[in-house]
Design a protein around this ligand. Structure first.
Ligand code: BDR
Ligand code: CA
Length: 325
């Protein structure tokens, strides 16, 4: 085999692809230090069935064989918010039309899958949710003892000291299922939270994606293509021609933790009223502290993203060779 999986960080990404989800997933696939076991999918940017389809498409595009499992189609308690088609496009990848993957999701629930895999690799698996936290809260109900087997969670979500993006208070992933997020923060496991406090400071522009297309015409070209829609959205809300790098930042926090600074605090989530979805720091809570990212070296994080994703086509070729050997 030309690829060794020894010594790699093992992870499962829980995702609602989504343009920045696609960036995060291709970063993970292209990174030689990561072993992505599976993609569990969730409603959010798109409907649940679209998220599973898009996850399959990304893995087939990168020739990265892994498990894809379709998760929850609605929140635990509150009704489903409409998907963010205005941010990510009707099918999740900007203006690109729907495509049909070759494969299908595993015939399993995310509860059973996550419980089995995290127990089989006890203490090794990093869960990286970059969408609403419904699947993770559901796992806690299904298998409460799982907290001892998961290495840690690195979550994209929340706006702890910074303002929100769906309201003055709330970030989209938490707002889409606040009850789930509160249950996840209440559980006794290690959590790093990569939220708007830092992700609003990390961005890429069209020139960055053009360079990425040069380095990796196929996968970089795809990311360049879908980034246009996202950049247009951000131009309409923050008046800058950039896209904010929410979900990739969570993956980069896994591979390059030293590019972030953190403050640890217990967190709870507001579940009703005007402040729904707000992540509230509260030292008096009897909960394990969450390590909240509060600072980030944006220039280095962006450089890291472009460097790793620039190798995406080459890594894909290596995987194709690996299958033939
Ligand atoms: C988060 O919401 C989604 O739109 C993005 O994919 C990201 O996970 C940012 O608030
Ligand atoms: Ca996402």
């Amino acid at each position: 085999s030309v690829l060794s999986r020894k010594g790699l960080k093992t992870l499962i990404i829980d995702t609602d692809p989504g343009i920045d989800d696609a960036m995060a997933i291709h970063y993970a696939f292209a990174h030689a230090g990561l072993d992505v076991l599976g993609l569990t999918t969730i409603f959010g940017n798109v409907f649940a069935w679209q998220a599973a389809r898009n996850a399959l498409l990304l893995s087939e595009q990168a020739h990265y064989p892994l498990d894809v499992i379709e998760g929850a189609s609605c929140p635990l308690t509150q009704p489903l918010n409409p998907p963010s088609h205005h941010v990510h496009g009707k099918e999740g990848f900007g203006d690109l039309p729907a495509q049909t993957p070759q494969g299908t999701p595993l015939a399993k629930t995310t509860d059973a899958y996550l419980s089995e895999v995290c127990r089989a690799h006890s203490g090794e698996v990093i869960l990286c949710p970059v969408g609403p936290l419904t699947n993770i809260a559901s796992l806690l109900r299904y298998d409460p003892g799982i907290v001892k087997h998961v290495k840690k969670l690195v979550i994209m979500g929340g706006a702890v000291w910074a303002p929100g993006n769906v309201s003055a208070y709330a970030e989209a992933n938490i707002w889409n299922d606040p009850h789930a997020a509160d249950a996840v923060f209440a559980a006794d496991w290690d959590i790093d939270l990569i939220g708007l406090d830092v992700t609003q400071t990390i961005d890429c522009d069209d020139a960055d994606f053009k360079a990425l297309r040069q380095a990796a015409p196929e996968i970089g070209g795809f990311l360049h293509e879908i980034s246009g829609f996202y950049i247009k959205f951000y131009h309409s809300v923050i008046d800058r021609h950039v896209c904010l790098m929410h979900d990739p930042s969570a993956l980069i926090a896994i591979t390059d933790d030293e590019l972030f600074t953190y403050r640890t605090t217990p967190l709870s989530v507001v579940c009703s009223g005007e402040q729904t979805g707000r992540t509230v720091p509260d030292d008096s809570l009897d909960r394990r502290g969450v390590r909240v990212a509060v600072g980030a070296d944006a220039a280095k994080i962006k450089a890291r993203f472009l460097d790793i994703c620039g190798q995406a086509d080459k890594m894909k070729q290596l995987r194709e060779m690996d299958v033939m050997l």
